[in-house]
Design a protein around this ligand. Sequence first.
Ligand code: BJW
Length: 233
Amino acid sequence: MNFPYRHIVILTGAGISAESGIETFRSGADGLWEKHKIEDVATPEGYHRNPVLVQNFYNKRRQQLEGGTVAPNAAHLALAKLERELEGEVTVVTQNIDNLHELAGTKNIIHMHGELLKAQCNHSGQSVAWSGDISLDDHCHCCQIPAPLRPNVVWFGEMPIGMDRIHDALVKADLFISIGTSGAVYPAAGFVHEAAMHGAHTIELNLEPSDVEDEFAEKRYGKASVLVPELVE
Ligand code: BJW
């Protein structure tokens, strides 16, 4: 592969999975997400107010992943091929909680906002692989105090996962590519700045300019399934 970079960090967001049939977050003009306000389904406060609604919301999304109707698209596949063929290191940092990068063959991946196919103990924070619905009756036995299980996802106000590894990869990066993210949520939206400060070339691939488009040296707008293979293959 004739790609002149050796340490590549790729940040992905909901836009990369949109063409696989998974809805993005901020697509509706009304700011609603599957008829729910983000504050109701993606904050610890929302979960404490109405755990049944939140569990059902994530159960429905887990059913979509496990139903066999969603599959990786050309963008996921091109990134997995890049990782296989590059003489160097590719780190995919995804904000997505789906498993489409893994199904495409990506190995070096950090799920900074968690994973839908894991459940988390409300007491210890430990996570376990999970398939099927999580109900309020499911209790974790990882620690001495059995606690209800919640989806293994990072809500607003909670610390994203793998920040040390992400920081190390950004410092080393000679190329940073952002794909399919609105740039509305931090700390992910700040990664382009951090990578550029440490000397990386930066590229935004998105349907439309993101909230942090000014930070990027290069930008291309269109569908991820077209732009990503065009760039990396
Ligand atoms: C396509 C396409 C196609 C469509 N092809 N493209 C004030 C200032 C700064 C920060 C804060 C602040 N007040 C509070 C904060 C912090 C807060 C935050 O950022 N708030 C903002 C709202 C301002 N952040 C947090 O709380 C985070 N934690 C934190 O900061 O901890 C403290 C800390 C301190 C120091 C260091 C580190 C940390 C946690 C954030 C957790 C976000 N959680 C969610 C839910 C996860 C579970 C779930 O999935 O249900 O994560 S919210 C939601 O947004 C989800 C996503 O991962 C995330 C980002 O969304 P994404 O992926 O960008 O999707 P969209 O829909 O917004 O955009 C899709 C894009 O794709 C669009 O642009 C389309 O055009 C494009 N597109 N089709 C190419 N075919």
